[in-house]
Design a protein around this ligand. Structure first.
Ligand code: 4UV
Length: 551
């Protein structure tokens, strides 16, 4: 894929913050590089149980776990481990232990069905799984289809451990371990395999290297972009986030950002309004990370009171659009000056490309920010691919050291997404203003985002096509106040066969995690609108059904 440029040549925008310091470290080396400075400070706390680890403990357990994986379980550098874990403090050990051992990590939503876990773990080539007792049955359903399966490590798994069945308890297997030598890892090697459907099709393994992830943290570390007070003997910022560590925003954007600055991370395994408010009151966080649906919760839920927000200095919101109206409503509720910052990112860019500066001029509210260090952008016309100037909307292209190494075993999708000059075609529609602040206005890609979570229409379409009465199907996202978007299916019935909405809804609900269900319902059509090459005209479907005469 190559992109034509305008008659005057490409219009390349550069980061206003300059260039990033080179990073020649693996991700664990990067996040732990200053750990001696805050060894005795709390690193991560479970807001529900109160279980907590200091940096000194965390650093040591990761190191010992890395050795365990190599010397006790016999894993080899480059082997893939799969995490089916909620946000627990031990997530840090699971992932950073594995990375330090030179293993590659893929992670899934702990609420995924066995079908969803199997698809990703098989595709990624997972050999070792990590989970909790409650979710072990899911792994036991999946593991028989994994090649060269080594076993499963269970956090809090004393009761279920069974060496014969290759089920190991985390604490037991790490105990008595010495910090044996580890295979040497290098920054250019693949560290993570998060899954993303990108601009089209099923979720694909995104190959992010150690350097991609580490440099992306460094790209957001500049006096205009970082507002944490440095961690000292007497001061430590407290960060509350419930955003999942199995998503790139939660993992690299938030958790690793926190660890590399020595901040105190507070998280909970399951969000409920009560548990979240309880955490805010108990831990008095100074920073929150949210997605727009969580900001909406804070702005509008009757049980959130202004006094609950008194400790908060700053909130970062990302993963889906947050309107100026939503931000203003939140500030009205808070009755206090809280900095609201937006970040824009993608799994394919480790994730951050745009971030609002700490002190945002008032007329820029609603912007997703400026280019982070060493990042370039172009905005190109959706019709002819030519480069566009300020205030003109087109597809956003991004280039920088945070752009992925490619999709796993999928050269075609890689070439369609990152062109030969290294530009990542985001599938997002954006414009920039005269000061080069960016605004995301739409999406050209198929992806649906429900409360910031990715939903691949192809995955749901494949599932619905399994039903006998379905001749054709297309799934699109329709706007929703609470979730941002929700999936709706358009179905063509097979002639002579009857199928009703309930059957389709329950088939989907049985097979996928709750946020992917067809909350937007099913509409029956005589035919799915497609262009001459067979591509679904999703924009036509998106507006269909909004007109009462079409209901
Ligand atoms: O691949 P993904 O699921 O990745 C993300 C990552 C989000 C962020 C946001 C801010 C951070 O600081 C950070 O560390 C990570 O969501 O989905 C990528 C798509 O989500 C939409 C857009 O369509 C991307 O292509 N998206 C992400 N951030 C925004 C957004 C945003 N601020 N505004 C509008 N859409």
């Amino acid at each position: 894929r190559s992109t034509p440029s305008s008659s005057t040549g490409p219009i390349i925008l550069e980061s206003p913050f300059g260039t990033v310091n080179p990073v020649d470290l693996t991700l664990p080396e990067y996040i732990w590089r200053n750990v001696d400075k805050w060894e005795d400070k709390p690193m991560i706390t479970c807001g529900s149980s109160g279980r907590s680890y200091t940096y000194g403990e965390g650093r040591m357990i990761c190191r010992l776990f890395a050795s365990t994986l190599i010397s006790k379980l016999g894993l080899k550098k480059g082997d893939v481990v799969g995490l089916l874990l909620p946000n627990l403090p031990e997530y840090v050990f699971a992932i950073h232990g594995a990375l330090e051992a030179g293993l590659v990590v893929t992670f899934v939503n702990p609420l995924y069905t066995a079908m969803e876990v199997r698809r990703q773990f098989e595709n990624a080539g997972v050999k070792l799984c990590m989970t909790i007792s409650l979710l072990l049955p899911v792994i036991q359903e999946v593991s028989p289809s994994l090649n060269d399966y080594v076993g499963t490590i269970v956090f809090g798994g004393e009761e279920v451990a069974n060496e014969k069945a290759r089920v190991y308890d985390f604490k037991t297997i790490v105990s008595g371990q010495s910090p044996d030598e580890l295979p040497k890892s290098f920054p250019h090697e693949v560290a993570l395999l998060p899954y993303s459907s990108g601009t089209t099709g099923l979720p694909k393994g995104v190959m992010l290297t150690h350097r991609n992830c580490a440099i992306n943290l460094e790209q957001c570390t500049n006096k205009d972009l970082i507002s944490y007070e440095p961690t000292t003997d007497t001061y430590q910022e407290r960060v509350l986030s419930v955003l999942p560590f199995f998503h790139i925003y939660g993992f690299n954007g938030i958790l690793n950002g926190v660890l590399s600055h020595g901040l105190h991370m507070i998280t909970i395994p399951k969000f409920t309004p009560e548990s979240y408010i309880e955490c805010v009151l108990k831990y008095k966080p100074t920073f929150l990370f949210v997605v727009p649906s969580l900001l909406l919760f804070l702005a509008s839920h009757p049980s959130v009171k202004p006094e609950h927000l008194s400790s908060i200095k700053e909130i970062t919101c990302g993963a889906a659009p947050a309107s100026k109206g939503l931000i203003d409503n939140f500030l009205l509720k808070a009755q206090k000056d809280i900095r609201i910052r937006q970040g824009y990112g993608m799994t394919e860019s480790s994730p951050v490309s745009l971030y609002t500066r700490v002190i945002l001029p008032e007329n820029k509210t609603g912007s997703t920010g400026q280019l982070v260090l060493s990042t370039q952008a172009r905005v190109v016309s959706l019709t002819d691919g030519c480069d566009l100037g300020p205030h003109k909307s087109g597809e956003l292209l991004i280039k920088g050291p945070q752009v992925m190494a490619g999709y796993l075993n999928n050269e075609k999708a890689t070439k369609e997404t990152v062109d030969e000059d290294g530009w990542l075609h985001t599938g997002d529609v954006a414009y920039y203003d005269e000061d080069e602040y960016f605004f995301i206005v739409d999406r050209t890609k198929e992806l649906i985002k429900v409360k910031g979570n990715q939903v691949s229409p192809t995955e749901l379409e494949n599932l619905i096509s399994q039903l006998k009465g379905v001749a054709d199907v297309a799934v699109v996202g329709i706007p929703d106040v609470l979730s941002g978007e929700i999936p709706r299916a358009f179905v063509v019935k097979r002639p002579g066969m009857d199928i009703d909405e309930k059957t389709i809804l329950s088939h989907v609900e049985k097979n996928v995690v709750a946020y992917k269900k067809l909350a937007g319902g099913v509409k029956f059509l005589d035919m799915i609108p497609r262009n001459p090459s067979g591509k679904v005209l999703r924009n036509e479907l998106k507006v269909f059904g909004n007109n009462p005469s079409e209901q």
